[in-house]
Design a protein around this ligand. Sequence first.
Ligand code: 4FV
Length: 258
Amino acid sequence: MRMKVDILTLFPNMFSSPLRESILGKAIEKGLLQIQTLNVRDFTLDKHQVVDDAPYGGGQGMVMKVEPIARAIESVKSQNRSAWIIYLTPQGKPFDQDLARRLSTRPHLVLLCGRYEGVDERARDLFVDEEISIGDYVLTGGELAAMVLIDAVSRFIPGVLGSDRSAEEDSFFNSLLEYPQYTRPVDFRGSRVPEVLLSGNHAAISVWRRREAIRRTSLRRPDLLAKANLTEEDKRLLEEVLQSIGDHRTRNGDERQK
Ligand code: 4FV
């Protein structure tokens, strides 16, 4: 499965290097991912190439005009009617691993990047299939949000991550945070790698990792634990963890917040 991504933006150069490095760069070389930027300004007809205007009803800032956006989207749709149009906006549905997986099944995404106070409402009503937010904060533009989405979605395309890796194993897989990771040296300034990880006992290692994933999730993201489908073994580990946290808290108060 390969994916095509068209990005509608006023700043196409923002995409030159971030998407050319490392894993995404290789995915593009391997033809698994095809990324094209379209400058919305190129879809203006006036000599001043005006792409924004003052908001009707007054108020601060400017709004992106609907006509150039309409022409840009129609130019993409003329090549592929089934292209899925996404607008990145703080008013969109929260982006998460599950949504990333679902978007990875679509062969052609079009990402509309807003600037200023956003785009004219009619661009959303008439052309946008899905609105997505990467978080409850305000960026200067949708470009960085588009890059985040492309990165997270691309990891689900078979062949993008190393052959043995699949995005299915990651954090948030069944919505638990990842367990602690260690590598050489075994001892760093007296801080040692947990013995179980040096034991070669893979059954014990996976129990330790499950317990640590549950501990970290219960301490940092209890909201995720609430929606995780835990096995009976997980529930036993959770009891153990809550017991030890309880004891720990009684002994020395709340965990250090990282
Ligand atoms: C955003 C977000 C975001 C809002 C005004 C662009 C900015 C400006 N996009 N998730 N958070 N967009 O802040 O996706 O036009």
